[in-house]
Ligand binder design. Structure first.
Ligand code: AHR
Length: 322
């Protein structure tokens, strides 16, 4: 090769090497997750929100958080806004199970993966979301029912008329917990649900509906099955105001395992709580990172949960994280 050409090539190689050194390394773009939360209706929900925010912060994720105040239309609006902002992943805990096809298709067409947390949806096309992270609500209802079956066995002479405080109408936990509980108590004809109404997963509504139950049924009520601890805590107030002893005159079975329920159990006012784990933040962040990295993720990720009767409350209380 003639010398001038060789010099030119060497100069070009040296310039390229210098350029490679001088150009600053581009910082990796942080992952952006748009998250639509149900609301702030319960102690459980507060813990769930805190878990998601903390996990995002720890992983350096840019979290766009929207509170739907228990309204499906607010969630649809939030999801559309996340699509318009071109977030990397959309996650949400659906207020109710149905009515999601259109907006989920819009997300799919925009090539934005959707992860469901806590509550699932009913859709004809399962490819509209990539993964569900949460609890087995039917099993939670069964666990509540099994505890009551056992109680009935130990107390064969007691009447066991049940009133039920349901969660939000059309939500997965309300439908599934009712199904699981009914399936199990069907094994004992003495266990009868005499009244059942929604308390929308809140303390205020739980109290209001329990007051109405007490007014119409009075001392006919032996058991309360509440679909969450907050409604049970509201109902406890109503029972006390009616001059009865919660946990004794009326046996109370509820779901979630929040600290408030443990406090009520330690005071002898609640008989058992079936755990529903709200600490889904770290799994959500990991799943979103895997999805964006093109790694396969399980379609359904469920969490391990226990059952805590009042006798175990004092020992377990110091270990509770929510
Ligand atoms: O979806 C989970 C349920 O929603 C929890 O049991 C309840 O407390 C919350 O509001």
């Amino acid at each position: 090769m003639p010398l001038p050409i060789r010099r030119t090539i060497l100069a070009a190689v040296a310039a390229a090497a210098c350029a490679a050194v001088i150009i600053p390394a581009q910082a990796a773009k942080p992952l952006t997750i748009g998250f639509s939360q149900v609301g702030a209706e319960s102690e459980w929900r507060t813990a769930n929100t805190a878990s998601i925010k903390a996990a995002a912060k720890q992983a350096g994720v840019n979290l766009k958080f929207a509170d739907a105040q228990q309204q499906q239309q607010n969630q649809v609006k939030a999801i559309r806004s996340f699509i318009a902002q071109r977030v990397d992943v959309i996650a949400f805990s659906p207020v109710v199970e149905t009515g999601w096809e259109t907006v989920l298709r819009e997300a799919k067409n925009a090539k934005i993966p959707v992860i469901l947390t806590d509550r699932s949806v009913k859709v004809s096309d399962p490819s509209l979301y990539v993964s569900f992270i949460g609890s087995d609500f039917v099993e939670e209802g069964r666990r509540a029912g099994r505890w009551l079956l056992d109680y009935a066995k130990k107390n064969p002479n007691k009447a066991l008329n049940i009133v039920e405080l349901q969660g939000t109408v059309g939500s997965a936990p309300a439908t599934d917990r009712k199904t699981g509980f009914a399936e199990v108590i069907a094994g004992n004809p003495k266990l009868k649900i005499i009244r059942s109404q929604t308390g929308d997963f809140t303390r205020a509504k739980g109290k209001e509906v329990m007051e109405a139950f007490l007014k119409s049924e009075g001392k006919n009520i032996n058991v309360l099955f509440a679909h969450n601890d907050d409604m049970a805590i509201g109902a406890i107030q109503a029972i006390e105001e009616a001059g009865l002893k919660p946990g004794k005159d009326i046996v109370i079975v509820s779901i979630d395992g929040v600290r408030g329920a443990f406090e009520a159990m330690m005071q002898g006012k609640l008989n058992v709580t079936v755990e529903c784990n709200p600490l889904l933040g770290p799994t959500l962040v990991q799943t979103a990172q895997s999805v964006v990295a093109g790694k396969p993720v399980p379609k359904r990720i469920t969490v391990d949960e226990g059952v805590f009767p009042a006798e175990a409350a004092a020992k377990e209380f110091p270990n509770r994280k929510y």
